[in-house]
Design a protein around this ligand. Structure first.
Ligand code: IPD
Length: 292
């Protein structure tokens, strides 16, 4: 029910605030803390583990029958099911966090039938708490002042669905070879190349280092689109519902698939004034991705 969702939303915000305190307290000790996971671009800190342990403990105590899926405890082969599932990325943007770049966040979501229904993304370094419940709108709360605004904060762009008018985020992930990697580089290059008939393909490209925050920035209006090939559900699940509730759409990277769930591995997000008008930008991105 709506009340159940609201109760869980309050709990997730409370847990996110605790996680934020842990991130802030860690700041001074960060630089020695990073360890490599699969390669030198794939880092984890003791704070990722500590925060996920805290989140899992609190969630399991409150909702013992729900499933829990966390980035640091994920076992390969685990599939997201239809039952209510909490998904946790203790620190999205760990590389930023480990270097003291203040663009990272704890990202928490609840999914039903493999779709997000609650999302909470909190960057304690900016005091930005983005949150949403399905069908109840998306909000940014500034934790320093308690001020809460409905998303999108910035006016939506005029109903001109061209990629040319978009500031686009593209992320690099942590693989440096393979098909996902070559897709990322070719989309990045194409976005920064002139169109055949002249003019820019898009306004410019940003890589902020956190998929969760990129979703929120599109929801906010700071970015017009975000594209990433090969993300995991914990990177995007919370931002997904925040973006949708702000009037944005998430489309699969598979041309023609307007209705992805959290099961796939390729997503991108776009926001524009009206749903129909957003489709043009997605179609342009599909065009850039070309034959795969
Ligand atoms: C990563 C960040 C990064 C994105 C990667 C993610 P993590 O998450 O969101 O921006 O490019 O695909 O894995 O590892 O910092 O939680």
């Amino acid at each position: 029910t709506k009340d159940d969702l609201r109760k869980i939303h309050v709990l997730l915000i409370d847990i996110a605030m605790d996680a934020g305190k842990m991130m802030m307290a860690a700041e001074h000790a960060l630089l020695t803390a990073a360890q490599f996971k699969n390669n030198s671009a794939d880092v984890v800190t003791e704070y990722d583990h500590k925060i996920e342990t805290m989140v899992e403990k609190r969630i399991r105590a409150a909702y013992p029958s729900f499933a829990f899926l966390g980035e640091e405890t994920f076992k390969h082969g685990t599939k997201l099911g239809d039952i209510p599932t909490f998904i946790c990325d203790p620190i999205d943007g760990t590389l930023n966090f480990s270097k003291g770049v203040p663009n990272c966040a704890v990202s928490l979501a609840l999914t039903l039938d493999k779709r997000s229904v609650i999302g909470v993304v909190y960057n304690p370094f900016r005091g930005d708490l983005y949150h949403a419940i399905k069908d109840q709108g998306a909000y940014l709360t500034k934790t320093s002042t308690g001020l809460q605004v409905k998303l999108p904060v910035q006016p939506v762009p005029p109903p001109m669905p061209s990629l040319q008018s978009c500031l686009v985020a593209v992320e690099w992930g942590n693989q440096r070879s393979g098909s996902n990697w070559s897709l990322r580089t070719s989309v990045h290059n194409a976005l920064l190349t002139s169109k055949a008939e002249g003019g820019a393909m898009c306004k410019s490209v940003r890589s902020n280092g956190s998929a969760a925050l990129n979703f929120c920035y599109v929801a906010h209006g700071m970015l017009d689109a975000f594209w990433e090939g090969g993300v995991w559900s914990w990177d995007v699940c919370a931002g997904w519902i925040i973006l949708e509730e702000a009037g944005g759409i998430v489309a699969s990277a598979n041309p023609g698939d307007w209705n992805p769930t959290l099961e796939g591995r390729l997503y991108f997000a776009v926001r524009h004034a009206k749903r129909e008008e957003q489709r043009g930008v997605v179609e342009e991105l599909w065009g850039i991705m070309g034959e795969r």
